[in-house]
Design a protein around this ligand. Sequence first.
Ligand SMILES: [Zn+2]
Length: 328
Amino acid sequence: MKDKWLVGVDIGGTTIKLAFLTQNGAILRKWEIPTDTSMNGSNIPDDIARELRNQLARMGQDRNDVLGIGIGAPGPVNIKTGSVDVAVNLGWVSFPLQERLEQATGLPVVVDNDANIAALGEMWKGAGEGARDLICVTLGTGVGGGIISNGAIVRGVNGSAGEIGHIAAIPEGGAPCNCGKTGCLETVASATGIVRMAMVEVHTSYESSSLRTYLETGSSLTAKVVFEAAKAGDNLASKVIRELTFHLGIALANLANGTNPQKIVIGGGVSQAGNALIVPLRQQFVRFTFPRVAIGAKIVLATLGNDAGVTGGARLALDACKQKMLII
Ligand SMILES: [Zn+2]
């Protein structure tokens, strides 16, 4: 078991990221393939198995050199069976990913939600720096989240813990969310939400703004443009960033009061704003958090980027192996 490799896999709607890692979490090789969503994503396990086989052969290894596979799927997962309840982007409904991938590879497989394995990756090798109590939030097109308590992913009764993006942020009159509710955190704290709020400001305010000038050139707003305008002193853009950090700050404060984390790791495209996001977010967080909880919690930027998922996947396989969940 000692020198065997780990495989981390992160399935997304457009690409599947794969990597071989050592048991210390060092990436030996990483690559990605397009996600084949034809035939309701039924080819995905075979695609992964073929890739692993080919890459192992290229590196002069075979499956006996691999301890196990840890894999993240974009949807809620039944951790006991390794079945993905639903993954809209892939066309999966009750998809037996663990069973199919074990058959295709002949290796032990453990499956979890993609946001959960990203959190595990950041805890192990990224911004978490080994903190065992951690909240990880990914601010991208949507808002993803993973909560780790005492070193273990919090999964809940049916695999839906850590759905930070769907915390109620605007209780009444909020914008519609993909989940079917309205006013979720995702509608105000994702890149999409930031652009939406900026468009509302541009269309309802009489104040002059560089955002309006930008739109008049025929370009589409992005979260990055809004952050840059705020940095340059634009009032409307600054108002949008205040709204974002206010709602995200409250949500994280409430979560932190329930979990008392050591680290809150912020990742995803929006986190590239760096201190323009983190500094006002920390102010709002401290404002709404129980003082002793605020003292214990550090808000930091994610450091692994696209490698968080494969790193967390490898850790998941390692942990499962140690817990003898896997047959080795
Ligand atoms: Zn929602």
